[in-house]
Design a protein around this ligand. Structure first.
Ligand SMILES: Nc1nc2c(ncn2[C@@H]2O[C@H](COP(=O)(O)OP(=O)(O)OP(=O)(O)O)[C@@H](O)[C@H]2O)c(=O)[nH]1
Ligand SMILES: [Zn+2]
Length: 185
């Protein structure tokens, strides 16, 4: 990531809004913002598939759900955050279970990019289907978009919920309902 370029651009933005980038309080701001962008866009040079290599042999053939995985991402339209939780469920096949923390790491890597909530939801589900080859995957994400709360329509507290349903969870209403009940309990 070109942090020098980000800092130069931030200095230009400060000038453009009529601020003095050389006043005491703003002197380090371009550098700080560059460091922040490096952090919030750190997923751009990561391959979340690597996390799918940590699998264990365990004959568990029922639902595995990690819920309330906190995440934050940056809306690609306004470059302001959206913040919320992801719930990731899957049905293991052939006794192949993935390390639980890896589900959260996948959500993180995919979130830390300029994103849309729908794309994060779909990307997590598709990655798990491809790499883990489970019987089913279901991803539900709930988030508040700052671009809807601090500006524009200014609807603070509104939540956007997206889901991506694959395999058994798509074809079997009962399995899908079971995951939803576990998420909502
Ligand atoms: N589908 C989807 N839309 C998003 C997401 N994040 C932000 N948006 C929307 O992107 C849209 C961009 O709309 P535009 O009309 O191009 O931009 P704008 O004039 O800033 O829109 P307003 O937010 O309505 O003021 C807005 O409706 C946002 O709410 C997301 O993750 N998914
Ligand atoms: Zn936005």
């Amino acid at each position: 990531m070109d942090k020098e370029k980000i800092a130069t651009a931030v200095r230009m933005i400060l000038e453009a809004i009529g601020e003095d980038p050389d006043r005491q309080g703003l002197l380090d701001t371009p550098k700080r913002v560059a460091n922040m962008y490096e952090e919030v866009f750190s997923g751009l040079d990561k391959d979340p598939a690597v996390h799918c290599q940590t699998v264990f042999e365990e004959p568990h053939e029922e639902i595995v759900l990690v819920k309330d995985i906190q995440f934050s991402s940056m809306c690609e339209h306004h470059l302001v955050p959206f913040i919320g939780v992801a719930h990731v469920a899957y049905l293991p096949k052939n006794g192949q279970v993935i390390g639980l923390s890896k589900l959260a790491r996948i959500v993180d890597d995919i979130s830390k990019r300029p994103q849309l909530q729908e794309r994060i939801t779909k990307s997590v589900a598709d990655l798990l289907m491809k790499e883990l080859d489970p019987i089913g995957v279901m991803v539900v994400i709930e988030a508040e978009h700052m671009c809807m709360s601090i500006r524009g329509v200014k609807k603070q507290g509104s939540k956007t919920i997206t889901s991506a349903v694959r395999g058994e969870f798509k074809t079997n209403n009962k399995s899908r309902s079971e995951v939803l009940a576990l998420i909502n309990r």
